[in-house]
Unconditional design. Structure first.
Length: 282
């Protein structure tokens, strides 16, 4: 438990962004209060203070203000801070240095070193991960959520023009839009994302029916959790549970989510996650 007011958090996000949803799931589960600033995905003026132009961005104040970027870095750094009070949050964040790399397409991107590691001493590590395999498994599936699962969301929620329109209707309702801007975003955005989703489908070599890839991935996760555990973390969710739940949750209310619930075995685990987050959250 943190003393009240000892960690002030502001999350800059898009409501429907899976990476932002991961961070919210983590903060809610740990009962950490935070303010939300909904960023307009077209103008993005809410984050003009930042040279880092993606969301989520977390502004954290634990004595001095600090900006944390990248959903997995945010989660690892805050989790480390909650477990290990030896280091300042500033020092912990310095363990996740950004490194510029260039993709095959020639695009410059920032990669964060160590982002799936918690920076703990030996004693703390033993407490959180009683056996080495537990840590390895958690890191593997957190990475899987970022590298694979997240890329199945857009092709599935924008799969058809009708689904793309329904998705943007939801985005406009949840986001920060004026009336005209909202109409523009809904129709232009839906058309744009329908075509972007086709490009993503090709880039990630998905099947003609992208639902098949979604079902297979989700069932792979359920199989990894197994029948003898409530969560991958055992009786309580670990960081992999929270990441996968956060990613899948952005499809709620859409056709892709309903299809996933019907055609995979994820429902019992998903409902347990909902319950435990409601119980522990603020």
């Amino acid at each position: 438990q943190l003393p009240a007011g000892s960690l002030q958090l502001t999350l800059y996000q898009y409501k429907t962004c899976p990476f932002c949803s991961k961070v919210r799931a983590f903060l809610d589960y740990h009962g950490l209060p935070y303010e939300i600033v909904e960023v307009n995905p077209i103008m993005r003026k809410e984050i003009k203070f930042s040279s880092y132009r993606k969301v989520p961005i977390l502004l954290a104040n634990a004595g001095s203000p600090l900006q944390l970027n990248d959903s997995s870095v945010i989660i690892s750094a805050i989790k480390t801070y909650l477990i290990s009070r030896r280091n300042s949050l500033e020092e912990i964040v310095s363990f996740y240095p950004p490194i510029k790399t260039v993709t095959q397409q020639g695009k410059e991107v920032l990669e964060y070193q160590n982002k799936y590691w918690l920076m703990l001493d030996e004693k703390e590590t033993k407490r959180v991960y009683p056996v080495k395999e537990v840590r390895v498994e958690e890191m593997k599936w957190r990475k899987w959520a970022d590298d694979w699962l997240v890329h199945l969301i857009s092709p599935n929620v924008y799969r058809t023009p009708k689904e793309a329109l329904a998705s943007f209707d939801y985005i406009v309702r949840e986001g920060k839009f004026g009336t005209l801007e909202g109409l523009f975003a809904k129709y232009v955005g839906a058309v744009a994302m329908f075509f972007v989703s086709k490009r993503l489908k090709k880039r990630h070599q998905l099947r003609d029916d992208v639902r098949e890839d979604l079902y297979e991935a989700v069932n792979e996760w359920v199989k990894a959790v197994g029948k003898n555990r409530l969560f991958m973390g055992g009786n309580q969710p670990n960081l992999a549970d929270l990441a996968v739940y956060g990613v899948l949750r952005v499809m709620e209310g859409l056709e892709a989510f309903d299809d996933m619930m019907v055609h995979t075995n994820v429902q019992p685990w998903y409902q347990r996650m909902e319950e435990v987050i409601q119980k522990t959250g603020v």
